[in-house]
Design a protein around this ligand. Structure first.
Ligand SMILES: Nc1ncnc2c1ncn2[C@@H]1O[C@H](COP(=O)(O)OP(=O)(O)O)[C@@H](O)[C@H]1O
Ligand SMILES: [Mg+2]
Length: 249
């Protein structure tokens, strides 16, 4: 059991219209307790891939295994009971509800008892405890992202998937959110995230893949990818200085 991969994505094809796959034969295996980043150009299918894994984009071929269990085509709303939590890029909190209500709603969905699941999450996110009465819409971008992560953790998932958690955040807030993801990993979860912010993502992740046209092109340890000429040219602008990927604003 211990050598079972946390998540296996096996020859996955997925897309929005029949016969037009966006994810084209993607294969990835995540190790238990690692942070894995999916990088790649705009439109490469990064969001489509993680949404297909999370049950939000129809899968036409291939399999998804979570802790060895086949979860291919499990409806998105059932994924939380399989141990998979997904934080979408946008609209990941209820802005008209308070911080506390957002967390209590997440707890209600999995029928969690307050003491069992809310308190540990508040302990991990003391800022949210302080701001619990505030409408989520009034949180800063960084705190809102923290709330989205906190909501996802209420169900005690084994795998946390996030689509561009750094989008729209200042570098300081990115480092706060990424530090929290390290804590999440160190608590034993496996973390899969999509990132545009390549430098920060490679500094955070244990391993990463570059997705191009719906298929992984490069997979490796982040430290190796940082020294990979192809990555340097494509994303870090090390050669001309002009090819640097747009910084996550
Ligand atoms: N809801 C959708 N319906 C139809 N096509 C979509 C939808 N979302 C994304 N696509 C298409 O899928 C392709 C990959 O998009 P996406 O997965 O968002 O890429 P990335 O996250 O890597 O930027 C793009 O060509 C995009 O137009
Ligand atoms: Mg995307």
């Amino acid at each position: 059991m211990s050598d079972t991969a946390a998540l296996v994505i096996e020859s996955l094809e997925a897309g929005y219209e029949p016969g037009l796959p966006i994810v084209r034969g993607a294969c990835l295996a995540l190790r238990r307790g690692e942070i894995f980043a999916i990088l790649g150009p705009n439109g490469a299918g990064k969001s489509s891939l993680v949404k297909a894994v999370a049950g939000l984009v129809p899968i036409s071929k291939g399999r998804v295994l979570l802790d060895g269990r086949d979860i291919t085509r499990t409806p998105a709303h059932r994924m939380v009971f399989e141990g998979l939590a997904f934080v979408p890029q946008t609209e990941n909190v209820f802005i008209n509800l308070s911080v506390a209500e957002n967390l209590e709603l997440a707890a209600a969905i999995v029928k969690a008892k307050r003491r069992d699941q809310l308190d540990p999450v508040y302990a991990m996110f003391p800022d949210l405890l302080r701001q619990r009465a505030l409408p989520a819409g009034q949180l800063s971008g960084g705190q809102r992202q923290m709330l989205a992560v906190a909501r996802a953790l209420i169900a005690k998932p084994s795998l946390l998937i996030l689509d561009e958690p750094s989008a729209g955040l200042s570098p300081l807030l990115v480092s706060h959110v990424f530090n929290k993801l390290r804590e999440v990993r160190d608590a034993g979860l496996t973390v899969l995230l999509v990132e545009q912010n390549v430098k920060a993502a490679l500094a955070l992740a244990d391993r990463a893949a570059v997705l191009v046209e719906g298929k992984e092109r490069i997979v490796g340890r982040s430290t190796d990818l940082l020294n990979d000429e192809r990555i340097a040219e494509l994303y870090l602008g090390r050669h001309t200085g002009k090819q640097a990927v747009k910084e996550g604003a």
